[in-house]
Design a protein. Structure first.
Length: 337
Protein backbone atom coordinates (compact mmCIF):
# COMPACT_ATOMS: atom_id res chain seq x y z
CA UNK A 1 0.00 0.00 0.00
CA UNK A 2 1.18 3.51 -0.84
CA UNK A 3 0.39 5.92 2.01
CA UNK A 4 0.49 9.69 1.63
CA UNK A 5 1.58 11.52 4.79
CA UNK A 6 0.64 15.16 5.41
CA UNK A 7 2.16 17.32 8.17
CA UNK A 8 0.80 20.83 8.80
CA UNK A 9 0.79 21.28 12.57
CA UNK A 10 2.74 24.53 12.70
CA UNK A 11 5.05 26.35 10.28
CA UNK A 12 6.22 23.55 7.98
CA UNK A 13 4.26 21.83 5.23
CA UNK A 14 5.47 18.28 4.72
CA UNK A 15 4.22 15.61 2.31
CA UNK A 16 5.67 12.13 1.84
CA UNK A 17 4.91 8.77 0.28
CA UNK A 18 5.57 5.52 2.15
CA UNK A 19 5.29 2.04 0.64
CA UNK A 20 4.24 -0.60 3.18
CA UNK A 21 5.28 -3.44 0.86
CA UNK A 22 8.98 -3.21 1.72
CA UNK A 23 9.46 -0.16 -0.48
CA UNK A 24 9.95 2.15 2.47
CA UNK A 25 10.04 5.91 2.08
CA UNK A 26 9.59 6.74 -1.59
CA UNK A 27 9.71 10.54 -1.50
CA UNK A 28 9.25 13.46 0.84
CA UNK A 29 9.08 17.21 0.42
CA UNK A 30 9.13 19.93 3.06
CA UNK A 31 8.41 23.64 2.79
CA UNK A 32 9.53 25.73 5.77
CA UNK A 33 7.87 29.05 6.59
CA UNK A 34 10.84 30.31 8.61
CA UNK A 35 11.61 33.19 6.24
CA UNK A 36 7.98 34.35 6.31
CA UNK A 37 7.75 34.39 10.11
CA UNK A 38 11.24 35.73 10.81
CA UNK A 39 10.18 39.39 10.74
CA UNK A 40 7.65 38.67 13.50
CA UNK A 41 10.06 36.81 15.75
CA UNK A 42 7.81 33.75 15.83
CA UNK A 43 4.98 31.92 14.09
CA UNK A 44 1.89 33.93 13.09
CA UNK A 45 -0.93 31.33 13.03
CA UNK A 46 -3.08 32.99 10.35
CA UNK A 47 -0.14 33.38 7.98
CA UNK A 48 0.89 29.79 8.64
CA UNK A 49 -2.56 28.46 7.74
CA UNK A 50 -2.76 30.44 4.50
CA UNK A 51 0.66 29.27 3.41
CA UNK A 52 -0.22 25.62 4.05
CA UNK A 53 -3.16 26.01 1.66
CA UNK A 54 -0.87 27.29 -1.09
CA UNK A 55 1.71 24.51 -0.65
CA UNK A 56 -0.40 21.34 -0.51
CA UNK A 57 -1.04 20.68 -4.22
CA UNK A 58 2.44 21.66 -5.49
CA UNK A 59 4.12 19.42 -2.91
CA UNK A 60 1.76 16.56 -3.72
CA UNK A 61 2.66 16.83 -7.39
CA UNK A 62 6.36 16.81 -6.52
CA UNK A 63 6.29 13.64 -4.41
CA UNK A 64 4.14 11.82 -6.98
CA UNK A 65 6.49 12.87 -9.78
CA UNK A 66 9.60 11.81 -7.86
CA UNK A 67 8.05 8.40 -7.19
CA UNK A 68 6.75 7.97 -10.75
CA UNK A 69 3.26 7.46 -9.32
CA UNK A 70 -0.15 8.96 -9.95
CA UNK A 71 -2.78 9.99 -7.46
CA UNK A 72 -4.69 6.81 -8.23
CA UNK A 73 -1.82 4.73 -6.85
CA UNK A 74 -2.53 5.98 -3.32
CA UNK A 75 -3.95 3.36 -0.98
CA UNK A 76 -4.32 5.48 2.15
CA UNK A 77 -3.71 8.94 3.59
CA UNK A 78 -2.33 9.94 6.99
CA UNK A 79 -2.42 13.48 8.33
CA UNK A 80 -1.48 15.27 11.53
CA UNK A 81 -4.64 15.55 13.62
CA UNK A 82 -2.91 17.25 16.55
CA UNK A 83 -1.50 18.73 18.63
CA UNK A 84 -0.66 22.01 16.92
CA UNK A 85 -2.18 25.24 15.64
CA UNK A 86 -5.90 24.73 15.03
CA UNK A 87 -6.02 26.53 11.68
CA UNK A 88 -2.90 24.84 10.36
CA UNK A 89 -4.18 21.42 11.40
CA UNK A 90 -7.52 22.06 9.69
CA UNK A 91 -5.78 22.74 6.38
CA UNK A 92 -4.01 19.38 6.40
CA UNK A 93 -7.00 17.47 7.74
CA UNK A 94 -9.40 19.03 5.24
CA UNK A 95 -7.08 18.33 2.32
CA UNK A 96 -6.46 14.74 3.45
CA UNK A 97 -10.07 13.84 4.13
CA UNK A 98 -11.33 15.42 0.91
CA UNK A 99 -8.75 13.59 -1.17
CA UNK A 100 -9.45 10.29 0.62
CA UNK A 101 -13.19 10.69 0.02
CA UNK A 102 -12.67 11.45 -3.67
CA UNK A 103 -10.40 8.40 -4.12
CA UNK A 104 -12.48 6.15 -1.83
CA UNK A 105 -9.44 5.19 0.26
CA UNK A 106 -8.94 5.14 4.05
CA UNK A 107 -7.58 8.11 5.97
CA UNK A 108 -6.27 8.30 9.52
CA UNK A 109 -5.40 11.17 11.84
CA UNK A 110 -1.94 10.84 13.42
CA UNK A 111 -0.65 12.27 16.68
CA UNK A 112 2.24 14.60 15.86
CA UNK A 113 4.38 13.32 18.72
CA UNK A 114 3.78 9.69 17.76
CA UNK A 115 5.21 10.58 14.37
CA UNK A 116 8.36 11.89 16.05
CA UNK A 117 8.63 8.91 18.41
CA UNK A 118 8.49 6.42 15.55
CA UNK A 119 10.66 8.40 13.10
CA UNK A 120 13.92 6.60 14.07
CA UNK A 121 12.33 3.43 12.67
CA UNK A 122 12.83 5.04 9.25
CA UNK A 123 16.60 4.92 9.71
CA UNK A 124 19.13 2.10 9.61
CA UNK A 125 19.95 0.66 12.02
CA UNK A 126 16.60 0.94 13.75
CA UNK A 127 15.58 0.21 17.33
CA UNK A 128 13.29 -2.61 18.41
CA UNK A 129 10.43 -2.27 20.87
CA UNK A 130 10.57 -1.59 23.76
CA UNK A 131 12.82 1.45 24.12
CA UNK A 132 13.19 4.74 25.98
CA UNK A 133 12.60 7.87 23.91
CA UNK A 134 13.78 11.41 24.48
CA UNK A 135 11.39 13.68 22.61
CA UNK A 136 13.00 17.08 22.46
CA UNK A 137 11.62 19.83 20.22
CA UNK A 138 10.35 23.40 20.17
CA UNK A 139 7.17 22.58 22.04
CA UNK A 140 7.96 19.35 23.88
CA UNK A 141 10.61 17.85 26.13
CA UNK A 142 9.62 14.42 27.40
CA UNK A 143 11.06 11.06 28.29
CA UNK A 144 8.82 8.16 27.25
CA UNK A 145 8.79 4.41 27.69
CA UNK A 146 7.71 3.00 24.31
CA UNK A 147 6.42 -0.58 24.39
CA UNK A 148 4.89 -0.53 20.90
CA UNK A 149 2.76 1.56 18.57
CA UNK A 150 0.30 3.41 20.78
CA UNK A 151 1.81 2.04 24.01
CA UNK A 152 3.50 5.07 25.56
CA UNK A 153 4.21 5.83 29.20
CA UNK A 154 5.46 9.27 30.24
CA UNK A 155 8.54 8.99 32.44
CA UNK A 156 9.29 12.70 32.64
CA UNK A 157 7.96 15.96 31.23
CA UNK A 158 8.87 19.63 31.20
CA UNK A 159 7.22 21.70 33.89
CA UNK A 160 7.50 24.93 31.88
CA UNK A 161 9.54 25.79 28.78
CA UNK A 162 10.54 23.04 26.37
CA UNK A 163 14.18 22.77 25.31
CA UNK A 164 13.47 24.25 21.90
CA UNK A 165 11.65 27.20 23.47
CA UNK A 166 14.66 27.85 25.69
CA UNK A 167 16.93 27.83 22.63
CA UNK A 168 14.64 30.30 20.83
CA UNK A 169 14.41 32.64 23.82
CA UNK A 170 18.16 32.53 24.32
CA UNK A 171 18.61 33.41 20.65
CA UNK A 172 16.35 36.44 21.14
CA UNK A 173 18.37 37.57 24.16
CA UNK A 174 21.55 37.23 22.10
CA UNK A 175 19.92 38.99 19.12
CA UNK A 176 20.44 35.99 16.85
CA UNK A 177 17.03 36.05 15.19
CA UNK A 178 14.51 33.29 14.50
CA UNK A 179 14.60 30.29 14.60
CA UNK A 180 16.94 30.19 17.57
CA UNK A 181 18.20 26.64 17.93
CA UNK A 182 20.54 26.40 14.93
CA UNK A 183 21.78 29.97 15.49
CA UNK A 184 22.66 29.38 19.15
CA UNK A 185 24.38 26.07 18.35
CA UNK A 186 26.44 27.62 15.57
CA UNK A 187 27.55 30.53 17.74
CA UNK A 188 28.34 28.19 20.65
CA UNK A 189 30.95 26.40 18.54
CA UNK A 190 33.19 29.48 18.75
CA UNK A 191 32.53 30.13 22.44
CA UNK A 192 34.10 29.03 25.72
CA UNK A 193 31.53 27.04 27.72
CA UNK A 194 33.64 27.35 30.90
CA UNK A 195 33.77 31.16 31.05
CA UNK A 196 30.28 31.48 32.56
CA UNK A 197 28.52 29.12 34.95
CA UNK A 198 24.81 28.58 34.34
CA UNK A 199 22.43 26.44 36.43
CA UNK A 200 21.45 22.88 35.53
CA UNK A 201 17.75 23.01 36.52
CA UNK A 202 16.35 19.87 38.22
CA UNK A 203 19.52 17.91 37.46
CA UNK A 204 19.33 16.26 40.89
CA UNK A 205 15.57 16.46 41.42
CA UNK A 206 15.18 12.73 41.95
CA UNK A 207 12.70 12.42 39.08
CA UNK A 208 12.83 12.62 35.28
CA UNK A 209 11.08 15.96 34.86
CA UNK A 210 12.61 19.04 33.24
CA UNK A 211 12.47 22.80 33.79
CA UNK A 212 14.17 25.34 31.56
CA UNK A 213 12.53 28.65 32.49
CA UNK A 214 15.17 29.25 35.17
CA UNK A 215 17.94 28.61 32.68
CA UNK A 216 16.43 31.17 30.32
CA UNK A 217 16.22 33.71 33.18
CA UNK A 218 19.84 33.02 34.09
CA UNK A 219 20.86 33.78 30.50
CA UNK A 220 18.91 37.07 30.69
CA UNK A 221 20.73 38.03 33.90
CA UNK A 222 24.09 37.05 32.45
CA UNK A 223 23.49 38.98 29.26
CA UNK A 224 22.57 42.13 31.20
CA UNK A 225 25.89 41.90 33.05
CA UNK A 226 27.85 41.21 29.84
CA UNK A 227 26.15 43.14 27.01
CA UNK A 228 29.31 43.28 24.89
CA UNK A 229 29.42 41.50 21.55
CA UNK A 230 32.47 39.46 22.56
CA UNK A 231 30.55 37.71 25.34
CA UNK A 232 27.76 36.38 23.11
CA UNK A 233 29.57 33.27 21.92
CA UNK A 234 30.63 32.34 25.46
CA UNK A 235 27.06 32.78 26.75
CA UNK A 236 25.73 30.63 23.91
CA UNK A 237 28.32 27.94 24.68
CA UNK A 238 27.50 28.02 28.40
CA UNK A 239 23.78 27.75 27.68
CA UNK A 240 24.22 24.82 25.30
CA UNK A 241 26.50 23.03 27.76
CA UNK A 242 23.91 23.39 30.55
CA UNK A 243 21.12 22.17 28.28
CA UNK A 244 23.11 19.15 27.12
CA UNK A 245 24.11 18.27 30.69
CA UNK A 246 20.47 18.14 31.80
CA UNK A 247 19.13 16.26 28.77
CA UNK A 248 21.95 13.71 28.84
CA UNK A 249 21.82 13.07 32.59
CA UNK A 250 18.03 12.65 32.65
CA UNK A 251 18.18 10.33 29.65
CA UNK A 252 20.76 8.13 31.34
CA UNK A 253 18.64 8.07 34.49
CA UNK A 254 15.68 6.91 32.38
CA UNK A 255 17.74 4.04 30.94
CA UNK A 256 18.82 3.01 34.41
CA UNK A 257 15.29 3.26 35.80
CA UNK A 258 13.75 1.14 33.04
CA UNK A 259 16.64 -1.24 32.49
CA UNK A 260 16.55 -0.45 28.78
CA UNK A 261 19.63 -0.51 26.57
CA UNK A 262 18.02 1.47 23.76
CA UNK A 263 17.53 5.24 23.67
CA UNK A 264 15.66 6.87 20.81
CA UNK A 265 16.09 10.62 20.29
CA UNK A 266 13.51 12.49 18.22
CA UNK A 267 12.53 16.10 17.57
CA UNK A 268 14.34 19.12 16.18
CA UNK A 269 16.73 19.60 19.11
CA UNK A 270 17.87 16.03 18.51
CA UNK A 271 19.83 17.36 15.54
CA UNK A 272 22.14 19.27 17.91
CA UNK A 273 25.65 17.91 17.33
CA UNK A 274 26.91 18.32 20.91
CA UNK A 275 23.83 16.60 22.32
CA UNK A 276 24.22 13.68 19.91
CA UNK A 277 27.88 13.18 20.77
CA UNK A 278 27.22 13.34 24.49
CA UNK A 279 24.32 10.89 24.42
CA UNK A 280 26.21 8.39 22.27
CA UNK A 281 29.23 8.49 24.60
CA UNK A 282 27.18 8.28 27.81
CA UNK A 283 25.06 5.42 26.49
CA UNK A 284 28.06 3.46 25.21
CA UNK A 285 29.65 3.67 28.65
CA UNK A 286 26.56 1.87 29.97
CA UNK A 287 26.45 -0.70 27.19
CA UNK A 288 23.45 1.01 25.62
CA UNK A 289 22.82 2.34 22.12
CA UNK A 290 21.29 5.57 20.81
CA UNK A 291 19.10 5.78 17.71
CA UNK A 292 18.28 8.93 15.75
CA UNK A 293 16.07 9.62 12.75
CA UNK A 294 17.87 10.78 9.60
CA UNK A 295 19.00 14.39 10.04
CA UNK A 296 16.50 15.67 7.48
CA UNK A 297 13.68 13.99 9.42
CA UNK A 298 14.49 15.46 12.85
CA UNK A 299 12.21 18.46 12.40
CA UNK A 300 8.52 18.25 11.47
CA UNK A 301 8.00 16.31 8.23
CA UNK A 302 5.49 14.30 6.26
CA UNK A 303 7.59 11.12 6.28
CA UNK A 304 7.06 10.46 9.98
CA UNK A 305 3.30 11.00 9.56
CA UNK A 306 3.16 8.67 6.54
CA UNK A 307 5.02 5.97 8.46
CA UNK A 308 2.98 6.24 11.68
CA UNK A 309 -0.23 6.42 9.66
CA UNK A 310 0.70 3.40 7.56
CA UNK A 311 1.17 1.31 10.70
CA UNK A 312 -2.26 2.30 11.96
CA UNK A 313 -4.03 1.88 8.61
CA UNK A 314 -2.62 -1.65 8.41
CA UNK A 315 -4.27 -2.30 11.78
CA UNK A 316 -7.59 -1.04 10.42
CA UNK A 317 -7.55 2.17 12.46
CA UNK A 318 -9.19 4.71 10.18
CA UNK A 319 -11.85 7.32 10.74
CA UNK A 320 -15.10 8.55 9.15
CA UNK A 321 -15.24 11.14 6.39
CA UNK A 322 -16.28 13.74 8.96
CA UNK A 323 -13.26 14.97 10.89
CA UNK A 324 -12.03 17.25 13.61
CA UNK A 325 -8.59 18.33 14.81
CA UNK A 326 -7.10 18.27 18.29
CA UNK A 327 -4.87 21.31 19.02
CA UNK A 328 -4.35 19.80 22.49
CA UNK A 329 -4.01 16.03 22.60
CA UNK A 330 -2.43 13.81 25.25
CA UNK A 331 -0.24 11.18 23.65
CA UNK A 332 -1.39 8.56 26.14
CA UNK A 333 -4.98 8.87 24.89
CA UNK A 334 -4.01 7.02 21.69
CA UNK A 335 -5.29 3.49 21.06
CA UNK A 336 -2.66 0.78 20.94
CA UNK A 337 -2.07 -0.61 17.43
Amino acid sequence: MIVLGIESSCDETGLALFDTNKGGLLAHRLHSQVAMHRDYGGVVPELASRDHIQRMMPLLREVLCESSLTINDLGGIAYTEGPGLAGALLVGAGFARSLAYALDIPAVGVHHLEGHLLSPLLAEPKPEFPFVALLVSGGHTQLMQVEGVGAYQTLGDTLDDAAGEAFDKTAQLLELGYPGGPAVSKLAESGNPSRFKLPRPMLNSGDLNFSFSGLKTAVLTLRSKHPDEAAKADIAAAFQAAMVDVLAEKSMQALEQTGSLQLVVAGGVGANRQLRQRLIAEAAARGARVFFPPLDLCTDNGAMIAFAGAMRIQQGQTGPAAFSVKPRWDLQELPRA
